[in-house]
Design a protein around this ligand. Structure first.
Ligand SMILES: [Zn+2]
Length: 302
């Protein structure tokens, strides 16, 4: 399937203005709806601590209050499955943000927020309040902005890549609900909703609306592979695949994880999760954020 469509519905396609040269991105960013009726990304809210506790007597009498002092808090990341890799990371305590409200995959202000075809942003029209344009090389007319933390991380990442001779460019970043609304509907007008869903993300369902996602280009390689599967062969793609995690970003849609993410591979689309989570995901060799959270895949819209 590679090669056919490489759409990033998340939306990379089209530029922010919605008037993107679709031609240039044919096959781009439009993630496909990877069929599957089993759209069930219902987060499992941690049930009970599964720490091995001493069997309290077979009598089974409830035994409530015996909570070993050593048992780590179980609801570290709201929405993540109990025992999931991300829970294990935060259980160590070293990466826990000072503001615990940010340990919440439903919180759009958290760098851990989960956005996919079954996890829309809430509120649907969420707009970050701390957007700024990162001071990095750009490769499009509307490279956009990022949330402050992600912008600073992107600057560090672009600088690190340049130091190794790889010239990343910023193609696209934040896209508002309205921008995505117009973009999505322009596709609907052209080819109908079903087809639009294969080429453009629905508003409220794009990671780009979080201000934590970027699409990159490669200044040295030219634009021929921008937003298409052959971008994977460019030095920029290879560099970010190997190093983005050290700057808090992950390549969000990788080959083989399509049924988890709902998107075909997009070697140009990076998502900021914060250094702790991004590095941990990389070290554990986990391909998708959904798996890292211990959640079911999100192959299509509900
Ligand atoms: Zn993207």
């Amino acid at each position: 399937m590679v090669g056919a469509l490489a759409l990033d519905a998340s939306t990379d396609s089209a530029g922010p203005s919605g008037a993107a040269p679709a031609s240039a991105r044919s096959g781009t960013d439009a993630s496909q709806v990877l069929s599957s009726p089993t759209a069930s990304a219902t987060p499992t809210h941690d049930p009970a601590p599964s720490a091995k506790q001493k069997p309290l007597s077979a009598s089974g009498s409830s035994a409530s209050p015996i909570a070993p002092a050593t048992t780590p808090a179980q609801t570290l990341v709201k929405g993540a499955a109990s025992g999931s890799p991300i829970q294990k990371l935060f259980a160590t305590g070293s990466e826990v943000p000072s503001d615990k409200k940010l340990l919440d995959i439903f919180n759009p202000n958290s760098s851990l927020v989960l956005v996919n075809k079954t996890h829309q942003l809430s509120p649907l029209k969420y707009a970050p309040k701390d957007l700024r344009a990162p001071a990095v090389a750009t490769g499009s007319q509307e490279p956009g902005a990022l949330r402050a933390e992600a912008a600073a991380a992107a600057e560090r990442m672009f600088t690190a890549a340049a130091a190794q001779g790889v010239n990343l460019t910023l193609m696209s970043s934040y896209r508002s609900y309205d921008t995505q609304f117009n973009l999505y509907n322009s596709y609907v007008a052209k080819k109908g909703a079903a087809a639009a869903d294969t080429t453009s993300a629905r508003p409220g369902f794009s990671e780009h609306q979080t201000g934590l996602a970027i699409d990159i280009g490669d200044a040295a390689a030219g634009s021929a592979c921008d937003f298409t599967s052959c971008f994977a062969g460019n030095p920029a793609a290879q560099w970010v695949a190997a190093h983005a995690h050290d700057h808090g970003f992950v390549v969000r849609y990788v080959p083989g994880a399509e049924l988890k993410t709902g998107y075909l591979a997009e070697p140009w689309h990076l998502r900021y999760l914060g250094v702790g989570a991004a590095q941990d995901m990389k070290v554990r060799g986990i391909a998708s954020y959904e798996e890292y959270l211990g959640l079911p895949g999100s192959p299509g819209y509900k």
